[in-house]
Design a protein. Structure first.
Length: 417
């Protein structure tokens, strides 16, 4: 009987899983092909409100760093109706996401500008009125991991038919990037190869904080308060990207923390910053708490980049931002070949990265212990100049100037007669 129960349970689970997939497919068809376009059409019959600007957060339920400075700058200028909409993808129930999406569409329908910073089926599935302009301020700097149409037929992405039938990167009026070097990559990812003039190297808004001396001083004060051991020691930041799908994202646990403490504990402390998608973070062993601290929930990635003397990452775009400080970085890419097959990169990994690629804890320790002779600052400077040339502390201002300047072009005011 035990075996029969196991078989029945296994069959029931597979049937239920198949049913959920079918339901998800029908939900996608119903919302993206019928309900969302219909809601938008209904409310877009009203006139556009010329001073209305919508900030659409796809994943988070608060205004994220890539929007906050733009929002604050517009608020300071005055005269705008600023609206924030949060979908809560991966954070709230499907029912809540649906309610949030419908509410967002009602606001978007009469907006002059819509700012987004992620993939968006909601924006991509509607018949966007020509008076409304969508500004894509992508959440990452540089061009590291492939995304969008660049991942066609990769394990991470869908096939071309899926990406065109259910688009995620459509209706963008303007895309802002961190340097001219990466325009080609975003054109490929967003299928905008014939619209290169609409991808502009304004810089990334949130990088302006790295030029704010008061913010840097506050970040040091914060880490010293949270992790007193960091006052007298140098800080190593370990900030890996997530593995797996977004819904089940997890952090790698390949670093030997005991070995790191034994070799480096006299001079360094190690702080963790896990990816926001990772819900169940690894627990730091009690015996290592004088050396290791997880500050994921307590400090922003910007704050941690400011105060770190060394950064260890893997395939995360945060290394582009860290290059602004011209400090040492290591790439703990123990699964490089597997990750490449999974998602792929825009540039050759070994040629692009301005630091050593390590596959073991021993290799990282060896490099850190010999920084004086192995760290090549010029290599980091060259990397920064190539991928972050527009991130000079004035990106927010430049983004707004570009949007307003583009408005003349969009409206025909800037055309010669």
């Amino acid at each position: 009987m035990g075996m029969i129960k196991k078989v029945i349970h296994g069959v029931s689970w597979r049937v239920a899983k198949y049913g959920r997939r079918k339901l998800a497919k029908y939900y996608k068809i119903l919302t993206q092909k019928k309900i969302y376009p219909s809601v938008y059409r209904k409310y877009s019959k009203k006139p556009v409100q010329e001073q209305k600007i919508v900030f659409l957060e796809i994943r988070m339920m608060e205004l994220t760093d890539n929007f906050q400075r733009i929002y604050d700058a517009l608020k300071k200028r005055g005269g705008y109706q600023l609206v924030t909409c949060h979908i809560g993808s991966e954070l709230v129930s499907r029912r809540e996401q649906y309610k949030n999406s419908v509410a967002a569409l009602k606001e978007i329908a009469t907006a002059k500008y819509v700012f987004i910073n992620d993939s968006s089926a909601l924006i991509s599935c509607i018949p966007l009125r020509p008076e409304t302009k969508v500004i894509q301020t992508w959440h990452a700097c540089g061009a590291f991991k492939k995304f969008g149409f660049s991942t066609v037929d990769k394990q991470f992405g869908g096939n071309y038919e899926q990406l065109t039938k259910y688009p995620l990167h459509k209706n963008f009026s303007l895309v802002t990037v961190s340097s001219p070097e990466v325009i080609w990559a975003y054109a490929e990812a967003f299928h905008m190869e014939d619209r290169l003039e609409d991808i502009v190297a304004t810089g990334i808004s949130r990088t302006d904080v790295f030029y704010d001396k008061a913010a840097i001083a506050a970040a040091y004060e914060k880490i010293h308060r949270l992790f007193p051991e960091s006052r007298e020691k140098k800080v190593i930041l370990y900030a890996p990207t997530y593995r797996g799908r977004v819904a089940k994202a997890y952090s790698p646990e390949k670093m030997d923390l005991e070995q790191m403490q034994e070799a480096l504990g006299a001079e360094y402390v190690l702080v963790f910053k896990h990816h926001p998608f990772v819900k169940n973070r690894p627990v730091v062993p009690e015996a290592l708490k004088d050396f290791v601290m997880d500050l994921t929930a307590d400090m922003t990635i910007e704050e941690l980049l400011m105060v770190s003397d060394i950064c260890i990452s893997d395939y995360s775009s945060l290394v582009f931002e860290y290059s602004l400080f011209e400090r040492p970085m290591l790439f703990f890419a123990y699964d490089l070949e597997e990750y490449f097959d999974w998602r792929g990169f825009y540039y050759d990994f070994g040629e692009m990265t301005p630091g050593p690629t390590c596959k073991t804890t021993e290799e990282m320790i060896d490099y850190i212990q010999n920084l004086d002779t192995r760290f090549d600052r010029q290599r980091v400077i060259d990397f920064k100049n190539k991928f972050m040339s527009a991130c000079d502390g004035h990106a927010t201002e430049r983004i707004l100037e570009t949007v307003m300047g583009k408005e003349n072009h969009w409206s025909g005011k800037g055309k010669k007669k």
